[in-house]
Design a protein around this ligand. Structure first.
Ligand code: GAP
Length: 576
């Protein structure tokens, strides 16, 4: 049961009442795992995505692409999602509720259940109560449940498809075109922001675990042997709290460390991973995550994917949910490109010219077509093509032709040692992937920015949102709706709107009430037009957090509010 002062309840109550987040399909009873962003929520979410873009697209130069949310089956066979993208599930024999087995175990303090096999989990669950009905689970079966939503493409169910479980695969499958777009050079990065779908088992954590959610993912393609980031200097001295594997095993606390030290000490695998850890910290704090409630936790070897060279999660502390992963940052090596190359047959490599060409001894296989022709007849050309790529032993070569293994005696080809000039090399890039969950970031920002204080004997609810993500950026109020104050206030609102500042004009109720309404939705600045405005053309501008006020010329407002929002000037600089 929620505590009466449970911040989650307060945040969600505010979010529903003021139009940030609503249950989806509510008039039909809704369904877990889907949410609607209301007018203010959609605006805030878009601003968070745009803040993310200002880092990745504008500053880092990673172009954004947009791929379909439906993908054909081979994509997800190659990526491993068809075979292995599943969670362990069980069904309560009493209430018949489907439960995520590792979550039930974790709720009862079983250590590291995510790394347990199905049988081990079933054993651990036996004596535990069902999290839905409280009855002992007993002899439950634990089985794998694939999280992908399946669909059919076109009429007649000819072609199976999946709703994408992550945005990343579109970037991997576009790799050859992206490489050409980036003029065949490494490193380069590409990003995608969009919906992903996972048919989560019993999601009960509001915006944290959804069946349809927004990801913002970056795939940075780098030379496999060059993991020094070209702009590492930007974050060399940037410190973030790091909770490494060893520290976790000792039940220790995160250690604040600069990225330069983290790489030098071998705690973070390379400069790329460290760069994106710092960049992630920079983004999260700039959109309103409390820096005192963020840490970066390294994946334990038991939870890390076998192919990953290193993996860190950006986690934030939530009063209701504990430490929650918002972002995963991984060095995925060449796993994805190799897998897609294998299934698609496309060579997903980059040809990189060498600075200085070098001479190299090479072995060349020269098929003897006069001998291969009579022996293999119609297949002779295919056999010869396979042979030139083969690695023959002393007794001959074995090649694959149309799925058939064919043995070729050494007498049917020559092996020539040749010295060739090498002008470049084919490399399969490694991928560094920072992957952000936008909905989780939205929730963390709402929870961390929620505050209450007492003003004039009443509780004031405030969202202390950074101005860049606040849905409404300025409120404009006439002190009274007569004597021309309302007309001047409307003109001011129009001027702010024309400058691209999202403004609400509000003339109803006492001025204190109007301030409270804007404070509650995080509006950073409120402008009031009073009788003095008619005399000297000045207005009061009030900032949300400290409720300080300054008297400024109304004509300067559009540029001034713009500068306040971007942080180019501080409110204190406006004077009294
Ligand atoms: N391409 C890598 C990838 O998708 P992930 O850790 O599965 O990695 C990345 O997902 C981020 O997406 C997570 O850190 C989380 O913020 C978000 N995410 C994952 N599943 C989610 C869900 N069911 N609901 C909301 N956000 C989710």
């Amino acid at each position: 049961m929620a505590e009466p002062d449970d911040i989650y309840e307060k945040v969600m109550e505010l979010a529903k009442r003021r139009g940030f987040v609503w249950p989806s399909g509510e008039i039909y009873g809704g369904v877990a795992g889907f949410i609607d962003y209301g007018p203010l929520g959609a605006q805030m979410k878009r601003r968070i995505e745009d803040a993310w873009r200002s880092f990745y697209v504008i500053r880092e130069g990673c172009y954004e692409i947009e791929c379909p949310t439906v993908g054909i089956e081979p994509i997800y066979v190659a990526s491993g999602h068809v075979k292995g993208f599943s969670d362990k599930m069980c069904q309560c024999p009493h209430c018949e509720e489907y439960l995520r087995a590792d979550h039930v175990a974790a709720a009862h303090g079983v250590p590291n259940p995510a790394a347990m096999t199905g049988d081990a989990l079933a054993g651990a669950l036996k004596s535990l109560p069902c999290t839905a009905c409280g009855e002992e689970l007993g002899e439950v079966k634990v089985f794998d449940f694939n999280l992908m939503f399946t669909t059919w493409i076109g009429p007649g169910s000819q072609r199976k498809g999946y709703l994408r479980p992550e945005t990343a695969q579109g970037i991997f499958t576009d790799f050859p075109r992206l490489l050409r777009f980036y003029r065949d050079k490494l490193p380069f990065g590409t990003v995608q922001v969009g919906k992903s779908y996972r048919n989560e088992i019993s999601p009960r954590q509001g915006m944290i675990r959804l069946r349809e959610f927004t990801q913002a993912e970056a795939e940075i393609f780098v030379h496999p042997e060059e993991k020094k980031h070209p702009r590492f200097a930007r974050y060399r001295d940037y410190a973030v709290p790091l909770l490494g594997c060893d520290e976790q095993c000792r039940n220790g606390e995160p250690v604040s460390m600069t990225m330069g030290d983290a790489v030098a000490k071998g705690l973070v695998a390379n400069e790329y991973v460290a760069y994106y850890i710092a960049l992630t910290h920079d983004i999260l704090v700039s959109v309103g995550v409390d820096p005192g409630r963020v840490r970066f936790r390294q994946h334990l070897t038991t939870e890390r994917a076998h192919y990953a060279a290193d993996c860190w999660d950006a986690e934030v502390l939530s009063k209701r949910f504990g430490w929650v992963e918002l972002v995963g940052i991984a060095d995925r090596t060449d796993y994805d490109l190799k897998a897609h190359s294998c299934v698609s047959g496309s060579a997903l490599t980059a040809y990189l010219p060498l600075d200085t060409p070098r001479m190299e001894k090479r072995r060349r296989i020269v098929p003897d077509m006069k001998a291969l022709g009579p022996k293999f007849r119609g297949k002779a050309k295919e056999v010869a093509d396979a042979l030139v790529k083969a690695d023959p032993g002393p007794d001959g070569a074995v090649v694959d032709v149309g799925g058939e293994r064919v043995s070729i005696p050494a007498s049917l080809y020559q092996v020539r040692e040749e010295e060739v000039e090498v002008r470049g090399e084919e490399v399969m890039p490694h991928v560094i992937e920072p992957s952000y969950g936008i909905d989780r970031i939205c929730y963390a920002v709402l929870e961390h920015s929620y505050g209450e204080d007492m003003v004039e004997g009443e509780v004031r609810r405030v969202l202390h949102l950074p101005a860049r993500v606040a849905p409404v950026q300025a409120g404009v109020f006439p002190l009274v709706s007569r004597d021309g104050l309302d007309r001047v206030a409307m003109e001011i609102a129009a001027g702010l709107t024309a400058a691209g500042i999202f403004t609400e004009f509000d003339e109803s109720g006492a001025i204190g009430r109007r301030y409270r309404r804007q404070d509650e939705i995080g509006t950073p600045y409120a402008i009031t037009v009073d009788y003095q405005t008619l005399e000297d053309g000045t207005v009061t501008i009030r900032e949300r957090d400290g409720m300080k006020q300054a008297r400024v010329k109304k004509d300067t407002l559009p540029a001034m509010v713009r500068d306040l929002i971007t942080g180019s000037i501080a409110f204190s600089a406006l004077g009294p």
